[in-house]
Ligand binder design. Structure first.
Ligand code: PAF
Length: 280
């Protein structure tokens, strides 16, 4: 497995792969890899000839009071995991090269990025679309794989790809969960055992909503009220939002229509911010 840090080297290596007609799959990550990321790499491996994983903690998607500085970083471990999962190349650009002094051009999706996480993290998706656009321009992958856990991120990226005519297929991989239902996340490592126990209520609330839909409840006010009530029983959990939205536009819906809606939850478990969602 090759490791490349320079943007120029990454561009020329990708160009060389393209000249040999290799189908390139990109898995963008911020490192701190877990089984969820590894499932993205494996899926990319099924669909592409060469799998490139980027490991870059992107400063522009963190708000001023967020955990950019303390975000877990362990490149040695990440490289090991990438190799075991079948990655061919890992791209690890330096922040100074990605955002040199004087950097002033951003990519901003203005609609889908506004609700849900966009309310409490107003600059987050602009940072995501900017760095993903840069990665797409550097690597020029044929496909890129993202996890369903970040459903709003995927919807925003798909819109950017469509609006700006990027030639890349966006592939969505299912959320990977711990055996007890907790969605895998790099931020789970911040949780103490007690907090982790309370965090489980998020996936429980989502599964309860799905069960209710399956038993015929389609009114979103009732579904949200039940989920909020369940989470309200946990002392350490503070709900940021619990919404039922259209899967593509992220706009709130009043009725669950089969195959179209998704429940999304963001919550603080003490000082750890977690998100999760379920297709209804
Ligand atoms: O999902 C993530 O880890 C990040 O938002 C991404 C897509 C790698 C961009 O920094």
């Amino acid at each position: 497995m090759q490791v490349i840090a320079s943007i120029f080297d990454m561009q020329s290596t990708a160009e060389n792969l393209r000249s040999k007609d290799r189908l390139i799959g990109l898995v963008p990550t911020m490192g701190a890899l877990h089984e969820g990321h590894l499932s993205l790499i494996r899926l990319a491996k099924e669909r592409a000839d060469t799998v490139i994983v980027s490991v870059f903690v992107n400063p522009t998607q963190f708000g001023p009071s967020e955990d950019y500085t303390n975000y877990p970083r362990d490149l040695g471990r990440d490289l090991d995991l990438c190799e075991k999962a079948g990655a061919d190349l890992v791209f690890t650009p330096a922040v100074e090269e990605m955002y040199p002094k004087g950097f002033s051009t951003y990519v901003s999706e203005e609609l889908i990025s506004k609700p849900l996480c966009g309310i409490s993290r107003p600059a987050h998706f602009r940072g995501v679309t900017t760095v993903v656009a840069k990665l797409f321009n550097i690597v020029r992958p044929d496909l890129a794989v993202f996890g369903q856990k970040d459903a709003q991120q995927i919807a925003v990226i798909k819109k950017m790809v469509n609006d700006l005519h990027f030639c890349v297929d966006i592939v969505t991989a299912p959320t990977v969960r711990e055996p007890d239902g907790l969605a895998m996340s790099s931020r789970n490592r911040y949780l103490t055992a007690t907090q982790r126990g309370e965090a489980l209520v998020i996936s429980q609330a989502l599964h309860k909503a799905k069960e209710m839909v399956e038993s015929g409840v389609h009114n979103t006010d009732r579904l949200i009220a039940e989920a909020t009530h369940l989470m309200g029983n946990r002392r350490r959990v503070r709900v940021i939002y619990a919404s039922i939205v259209d899967r593509c536009t992220m706009e709130a819906v009043r009725e669950v229509l089969p195959g179209k809606a998704m429940m999304a939850i963001a919550a603080w478990v003490d000082e750890v911010r977690l998100i999760d969602n379920i297709l209804l």
